[in-house]
Design a protein around this ligand. Sequence first.
Ligand code: GAP
Length: 486
Amino acid sequence: MEKKVDHSCTLDKIISLCKRRGFVYQASEIYGGQAGAWDYGPLGVEFKRNIQNAWWHYMTQLHDDVVGLDSAIFQHHKTWEASGHVAHFSDPMIDCTECNARFRADQLIEDFVHSHPETNPGKPVDTMTHEEMKAFIDANINCPTCGSTNRKYTAVREFNLMFKTYQGPVADESHLIYLRPETCQGIFTDFKSIVQSNRMKIPFGVAQVGKSFRNEIIFKNFIFRTCEFEQMEMEYFCKPGTDDDIFESWRKDRWNFYLKYGIAEKNLQWHHHDKLAHYAKDAYDIQYNFPIGFEEIEGIHNRTDFDLSQHTKVSGKDMNYIDQEDGNKSYTPYVIETSAGLNRNFLAFLCEAYEEQNVGDEGNEDYRTVLHLHPQLAPVTVAVLPLMKKDGLAEKAQEIRAALKEEYVTDYDQSGTVGKRYRRQDEIGTPFCVTVDYDTITKDSPNFDTVTVRFRDSMEQDRVKLSELSGFLHNAIRNYKPVEKK
Ligand code: GAP
């Protein structure tokens, strides 16, 4: 019997495509790999930067009241005492005493409940005490690493997730330094400078993109959870009492970002936090339907006046805002935060775009792998392909590519049949292929000085005048409508 081929999107297929086509590689692979670290290859770096640029454009250029910042990774160590990270930023861990494997206790339970929904702790895992987690694990879960059924585990303890080191040659408390576990604290410590230097009036936001570091106990699922990752965060400062409405408005706004760039609404859902982080009054996650299930890609938090008040307390500097539009009242602003993971966005947009699509007829199937990426996110916007290498077609194609380069990220490919070249571009999500044929260069052809533009999603082609090509592509990008996958 003929074996049925699975054409669905799986994480293994995404990992394989990423490696094969230069999106993402295992870091230090020649040394056996560095756990939880990934390198972004030539296409990956373009794609990641496009997501970041789309976010930046959406959050700053489209919001007149949001400005940008790029604060240092190294902040004074007191920053992290004030923010509560030294005392509270930890995960519960548990070890198997037979093989010494270490697990995040909450994740161990979540994974178990996922595969055994009939056996559950009867309450959300994030509201369980250490003792409740330990009792549940002892009663139900064999060690996933060594398989021991003895269930000899340590107690559940908290493990702080911040990486710490010392600045300079002296390793004492005064030289202690942390790698930031979130980008936003630089926004809070710079709050007064931003207000004064740019004459900002509340309400306003500050956006920032940058690396964050967390000493995660478990990394799994490719780039989903890593020790080094990038966050795209925006802190919106507002008057206390207006925070609930602003929170709701940012929730809608952030949801719409994902729709705008091609995520189908059915693949998004909200997760409301039962147990709040030490700084939050209310919190929702936007979750995406990854091949591993719905998981968080972004958090929206009402951080109240927690951070600014804490920095006032610990630094001794007044972080209050004088509201000239409200009789010079002085208050500590509330903060609504939108905090998205750039790497998780990368993975979500890739999974959403991936399709193994049957472009053949019934009984004569022909599958192509295609990434239906939004043209503003795709690593290459336009590939220029000469029909043949000879007769001046290659030279003409290079000339056209050179003209497009100033405006678009281009690629050039002359090897193999045009059909194969289209497939190679489909697999990396190139939305437009421009093909140069004999009509393009034949003076007495009615199609002289025209090319074909082939659309990745529909595979249809249009004949376009060379003089209008750049504008044609510009309009096609502007009017792009995400495809609905079957
Ligand atoms: N400032 C708030 C904050 O950092 P968070 O929910 O801990 O909130 C925000 O993180 C986002 O950062 C998450 O939604 C996720 O996309 C990303 N993120 C967090 N930890 C991560 C990790 N270990 N690896 C990759 N991305 C991570």
